[in-house]
Design a protein around this ligand. Structure first.
Ligand code: HEM
Length: 498
């Protein structure tokens, strides 16, 4: 009897705590004691958490507050005004504790994406400055990009010739070339397309990204549970067995650089630059943040972000153009008129408004990072007048902005013309278009990504005609879920254009 009474009091206490919200907390659905609202999320959309959050927002408003677990506030932000305000609020520049992310950085707060404060500012500033000098966003690596593109085109041509119906499997085909461009900047090397070790790394990288989940990753599962229960690790996307070979490969690359003694010669790539800084700081600053582990963590993140996102964007653009043959032809006509018999270069870009509009529209319709990277509140702050308690996880729904019917007429329709002025000669820059985020946490690789995305997609469309395979469903636009969204593998009839 006493036990039952105590249990009832305990459960009532828990329920009150679970349903009690801080003063001025954003409106939102209430959940179960201990579990919060998480078990109900999939009832809004069983597959895609960003769509579920958007539907919840239609009921509660642009800023929604809820709990996952007994005490972890999750703030979902959907409308453009609220998302833009949050992206520019420096109190929201933190990153939450995400066990799956820590699993990639030796269990320590290292790397670039999930660190914050002074450590983040120092490492981001250093990376930005040197990656820019080494070619991010510069035409100086255009030759490298063109070489990679040449190899990719040869590969597609060979595959197309080998098949009597010219059907080519385009699953994962863009990744090697895209990563080679980044790897030349980071390590001064390129991978052979068919190198089995490299293929293994790419596969491991893709599996890590697909295993991640921007919502589940935030569940506050205690470290001891994660340590002892494999299912708990898998549920939130920790794949330690995949990261180890990757870290080992990066370490060997760093060791090779060290043996070549970069400290005396001119730095050739990012690893050289970082090793020089490590060496300098070792003597001057005993508590330096420039360490071997930090270099490995940074490279792992850059490789992951670079390999997946840009090649997914190229893949989605090709899928949209297979599904919309008219847009593909329009783009080809423009490319032929402006570039003649040559491949498009970065200098052609401003004279290719339709091509630019196609690229923007593919990014708008198929968001790669629907929640950006989760932010967190470093202190109590506000969004749209609501109080956001310190430590809240803030999910900024970029996809909801890019799909909002308030700013985009028929948002579900692929229509490149919406990004052009009336006579189609100029691209209209919209205030509501920011697939790379905004503010201080904005994507660090946006300039490299934009150039690669443009050069590859434009050259492929100029060189080939991509058509659906007869008697097969059209390539799917439903993304593969993961830390970022990727395209499903697809096949197409690929014919060289004369
Ligand atoms: C089309 C391709 C890409 C898209 C759409 C994209 C988008 C994004 C977005 C939305 C964010 C989060 C911004 C925020 O949290 O507010 C982000 C962060 C980041 N991206 Fe990208 N990205 C792309 C390519 C790349 C590439 C090629 C690299 C590097 C090689 C890269 C490196 C990063 C890094 C390091 C961050 C974390 C920045 C920080 O936390 O300070 N991204 N990206």
């Amino acid at each position: 009897m006493i036990f039952e009474f105590c249990l009832t009091i305990f459960l009532v206490g828990l329920t009150i705590k679970a349903t009690k919200r801080p003063h001025n907390f954003p409106p939102g659905p209430r959940g179960l004691p201990l579990l919060g609202y998480l078990p109900f999320l999939s009832s809004w959309d069983p597959q895609y958490p960003h769509k579920a959050m958007k539907k919840i927002s239609e009921v509660y408003g642009p800023v929604v507050g809820m709990y996952f677990g007994p005490s972890k506030p999750i703030i979902s932000v959907c409308g453009h005004e609220a998302v833009k305000e949050a992206l520019h609020n420096e109190d929201l520049d933190g990153r939450p504790y995400i066990p799956a992310a820590l699993g990639r950085t030796f269990g320590e707060h290292l790397g670039l994406m999930f660190v914050m404060g002074q450590f983040w500012q120092e490492q981001r500033r250093f990376a930005m400055r040197h990656l820019r000098d080494l070619g991010f966003g510069k035409t100086s690596i255009e030759d490298q990009m063109t070489d990679e593109l040449g190899d990719l085109i040869k590969d597609i041509e060979n595959e197309s010739e080998l098949d009597p119906e010219r059907i080519v499997d385009l699953k994962g085909i863009f990744q090697v070339s895209v990563i080679n461009i980044l790897w030349a900047i980071i390590a001064g090397e390129r991978f052979q397309r068919n190198d089995p070790k490299f293929q293994e790394l790419l596969r491991a990288n893709e599996m890590m990204f697909r295993a991640g989940n921007p919502v589940r990753g935030n569940i506050p599962i205690p470290a001891f549970v994660l340590k002892h229960f494999r299912f708990a690790r898998e549920f939130i996307g920790i794949k330690s067995e995949l990261i180890k070979p990757f870290q080992k490969f990066v370490q060997v690359t760093i060791d090779d650089h060290q043996q070549q003694n970069p400290c005396e010669g001119e730095a050739r790539d990012f690893i050289d630059v970082y090793l020089k800084e490590m060496n300098k700081q070792k003597d001057e600053n005993p508590s330096t943040n420039f360490t071997n582990k930090q270099l490995i963590s940074m490279i792992t993140e850059l490789f992951g972000a670079g390999a997946e996102s840009t090649s997914s964007s190229i893949g989605f653009a090709i899928i949209h153009l297979i599904r919309d043959q008219q847009a593909q032809q329009k783009m080809q006509i423009e490319l032929d008129q402006v570039c003649g018999q040559f491949f498009p270069t970065l200098n052609h870009r401003s004279s290719l408004p339709y091509t630019e509009a196609v690229l923007m529209e593919a990014q708008r319709c198929s968001t790669i990072a629907p929640f950006a990277v989760p932010h967190s509140a470093v202190k109590d702050t506000h969004i749209q007048g609501y109080t956001i308690p310190k430590g809240s996880v803030v999910l900024l729904n970029l996809d909801a902005v890019l799909q909002d019917s308030k700013y985009w007429k028929d948002p579900e329709v692929f229509r490149p013309e919406r990004h052009l002025n009336e006579d189609g000669t100029k691209v209209i820059k919209s205030d509501h278009f920011y697939p790379f985020g905004l503010g201080r946490r904005m994507c660090l690789g946006d300039s490299l990504a934009k150039n690669t995305y443009f050069l590859f997609t434009a050259a492929l469309i100029k060189k080939f005609r991509f058509e659906p395979v007869e008697n097969e469903p059209l390539p799917s636009l439903n993304p593969k879920i993961g830390f970022t969204l990727g395209y499903q593998g697809f096949k197409a009839v690929v014919t060289p254009r004369s």
